[in-house]
Design a protein around this ligand. Sequence first.
Ligand code: V1D
Ligand code: CA
Length: 475
Amino acid sequence: MPRRSYNDESVVATFTEENNSKKKYMSPRSVRLASHDKTRVAYFHDEGVGNYHYGERHPMKPHRLTLTNHLVLNYGLHDKMEIFQPRRATDSEILEFHADDYVDFLKRVTPDNAEQFEQVFSKFNVGDDCPIFPGIYEFCQRYAGATIEAARKLIANGADICINWSGGLHHAKKCEASGFCYVNDIVLGVLELLRYFPRVLYVDIDIHHGDGVQEAFYSTDRVMTVSFHKYNGDFFPGTGHIDEIGSSLGKYYSVNVPLRDGIDDVSYVWLFKEVIDAVIGTFQPSAIVLQCGADSLGCDRLGCFNLSIGAHGKCVQIIKEFKIPLLVVGGGGYTVRNVARCWTYETSILVDTELSNDLPPNEYIDFFRPDYQLHPHLSGRLNNMNDRQYLLKVRERVMEQLRYLDGAPSIQMQEIPPDIQGFLDGDAELRDAEDDSEIGKEHRRRREVMAEAEWYEGDDDNDGEAVDSVWAEDS
Ligand code: V1D
Ligand code: CA
C-alpha cells in the first residue's frame, strides 16, 4: 500500500465530515500577490549565543544553535538571505515587559554570588529548570536582542520573513523564569510589532504550551495566540486546556489545541492546517510570529510526539504561504542533532531552496552519525493516542470558538479618523522632504498606518477598513 502523505486530499477527507468548512471564513485581506518576485528573508544569528551552558545534566543545550548555524552555512543558505549579527537587547527594552526587580536580579546574580540571593530564588522561580549559570543575563540579551531586531526589520519593511533560531523562549513571565526561559523574547517582539501592525498572530508548535505569551496577551484582541501542545493537566507547564480562551477584550483570542501522546504527521498537519486556515481567515493578522520548538519531533529527549522533520517543516510552509510578514523563532528541542536538522530544513523552506538529504561536510558532522542525513527516520515509535474522533472534536471546538469572532467589530479596521488625518496633513515638513521614490511612498504609507494603529490602541470601537499587508500589493 502506498504511504499516506499529509498532502494527500484523501487523507484530509478521512478527517473531515464535509470539506467546505473554510468557506465560512472570509479570505484574509493580506493574502495578495507578492509585490516583488522573491521573498526577502533576514537571518539573525549571534555568534556567541551558543556558548552558554545551563549545566551538564540540563537538557537545554544552547550549542544546538551553533550546530544549526553550521548546517545553514554549509548548505549555502546564507547566499539566499541577508545575515545579521544582532545587537544585545538593552535593559530598557527588556523592561518593556519584565519587572524591575526581576531584571535587576538577572543582571546581578552569578553562580559565585548565588547564595546571597537564595531568599528570592523561589520568588523568581530559579532552580532545577531555570538554573543560574555564568553569563545568564547576557545570554538573555543576545536572544532577545535578535528577536527585537527581527521585529523592527519587519516594521521597516526590510524583509518579508525574519528568522531567529535562538529566540522562542515562550514560558518566561513578567516577574519570573519558567521552563528554561528567563526573558520572554516573543512577548518583547510582539510588543514591538504592535507599534506598527494592528493585529499580530502568534502560533506555537513547541510540544509545550506557550503559556508565557498567552498570559501576556490574554486580555487583548490585538494579539491572537494559538498553541498546539501535549496536554493532560500534568505535562509541563500544566496549562493549555481547550477552555482557556482569553478574557475581557481578549475573550476568544487565545486558542489552545491540546493533543495526546504520539501524534503522527498526517494527523498533526491536517489539524494544523484546519485550525490555521480558520484562524487567519477570521483574525486577519497583519503580522505573524511562529514559534518552532523542535521538541514536537519524534525521538525528542523530553517530547512524546511522533513528528518527522518533514511534517514540522510543512507547518512552517503553511504559514509562509499566507505571505503575511513573518517572524520565525526557535524554542524547545532536546535531541540536539535533530534540532539542528529541523531548523536548517525550515530555513530552506523559508528561502525556497531544496536541500540534498546528504548533509554537507562540516566540522560537527560527527553529531549526525550514523546516517549523516537531513531527514532521519523519527516517526512511528509511539502509538498515536489521538484518534479520528478526538481530532474532529478538537477541530470542532476551535471552530466553535472562532465563530464568536466572525464579524466581531473589534477586529475590523476603520478609516483614518479625521483628527489623525489632520495631524498627517499638517505634517508638511516631513512629507515635503520625501521624494516620490518607492521608499518615500512606503514611508508615507507606513506613517499613516502607524498613526492609525496608535489610534486603535486606546479604542474599543474600531469598525472599518482593514490595513493592507505591507508585504503584498492589491491583487
Ligand atoms: F529533565 C530535566 C533535567 C534537568 C533539569 C530539568 C529537567 C526537566 C525536564 N522537563 N524539566 C522539565 C520541565 N519541568 C518540569 C518541572 C517539574 N516541576 C514540578 C515542573 O516538569 C520543564 C520543561 C520545559 C520545556 C521548555 C520548552 O521546551 O517549552 C522551551 N521552549 O522554549 C524554550 C524552552
Ligand atoms: Ca506549543
